[in-house]
Write a protein that binds this ligand. Structure first.
Ligand code: SIN
Length: 316
């Protein structure tokens, strides 16, 4: 009898998707198979040191991810992390908003144990599905003594929640850690680490997290993302402010630069109490602050992750 556990939480995605034929990698429906089915399909080693325990938290195509699922997921992750016999957690998730959920959990929980999100680019019914290997690799990371923090495992690569982004619409190796590079690789169940495990002292100092408020979707603030582009103007920002938005992340061009009309509207929004954060639509690099900046930058976060941080900050 194994007394230590790896908990596998299912949330849906292509990894749980099915198509009508094995040759169909596009015309499938995400989030169809239960987490038990996915776990049962994994190869079992009699001498594996941990028991696998599965729990279905949600069953969504991650393009439809919402605050209520995030609230439930955070509560279940916090619950399992608090169990002394749990070594680590694996979360199966769609690829489309995976980086947002990973960053949400990292900022919120800053776990001392490993929380590993994994996914698939092909449905479970594909001729050669990628989900089972990704799950096996994610379990290897979650089982690794010394692993900690929220990571993403896809196509044998371990990414840090802070850096990871989906960068490809189709390839199995769809994620990149950009300039930072991956945390490491999983090779035949062994980890080859290139960088240290994620840790944020700031969140650690904040103490235990109350996930009860998060479960109430109505308690969440409203933060929207606007983009700078040729011909940008004030109208989108003005409409959002009139509609009661609490925060705005702007995906600026280059080093967070903004069309003068958009910048004026954002400064007016900020003066009215709307929290504004300036990020960049560039895939790599970060907004480098300049003397006299009137809009705070995103501290290296992509627009979607800056939005997550701003949401959590606004919720206190
Ligand atoms: C999803 O994000 O749930 C669907 C797409 C995918 O998992 O690749």
């Amino acid at each position: 009898m194994k007394n230590r556990k790896i908990v596998i939480l299912g949330t849906g995605g292509t990894i749980a998707g099915t198509a009508s034929g094995v040759g169909d990698n596009l015309g499938y429906t995400a989030a169809q198979l239960g987490i038990e089915q996915l776990v049962d399909a994994l190869p079992r080693q009699g001498n594996a040191p941990f028991a696998l325990v599965s729990e279905q938290v949600a069953q969504v195509d991650s393009k439809d991810m919402d605050f209520s699922v995030w609230g439930q997921l955070a509560a279940r992750v916090a619950h399992w992390l608090g169990q002394p016999d749990v070594q680590g957690i694996v979360i199966t998730h769609g690829t489309d908003t995976l980086e947002e959920t990973a960053w949400f959990l990292q900022v919120l929980l800053n776990p001392e144990k490993p929380v590993v999100l994994t996914c698939a680019m092909r449905p479970a019914t594909a001729l050669v599905p990628d989900g089972p290997q990704n799950m096996v690799d994610a379990v290897a990371v979650a089982s690794h003594v010394g692993a900690r923090g929220v990571t993403v495992v896809c196509a044998g690569v371990i990414h840090c929640a802070e850096d990871v982004q989906k960068v490809h619409t189709y390839r199995l190796d769809a994620f990149s850690s950009g300039d930072a590079g991956p945390l490491g690789y999983v090779e035949e169940g062994r980890l080859r680490m290139l960088r240290n495990w994620p840790f944020s002292g700031e969140q650690a100092a904040r103490g235990p997290v109350n996930t009860v408020k998060l479960a109430d979707a109505a308690a969440w603030s409203r933060v929207e993302i606007v983009m700078n582009h040729a011909g940008s103007g004030a109208s989108v920002v003005e409409a959002l402010v009139a509609d009661g938005v609490n925060g705005l992340v702007v995906a600026g061009t280059g080093n967070g630069t903004l069309h003068h009309a958009l910048e004026k509207a954002l400064l007016e929004a900020q003066a009215k109490g709307v929290r504004v954060v300036r990020s960049t639509r560039c895939l790599n690099g970060r907004v480098l602050p300049r003397a006299g900046d009137l809009l705070p930058d995103s501290q290296g976060l992509s627009p979607v992750k800056a939005r997550v941080s701003l949401l959590l900050s606004l919720m206190g």
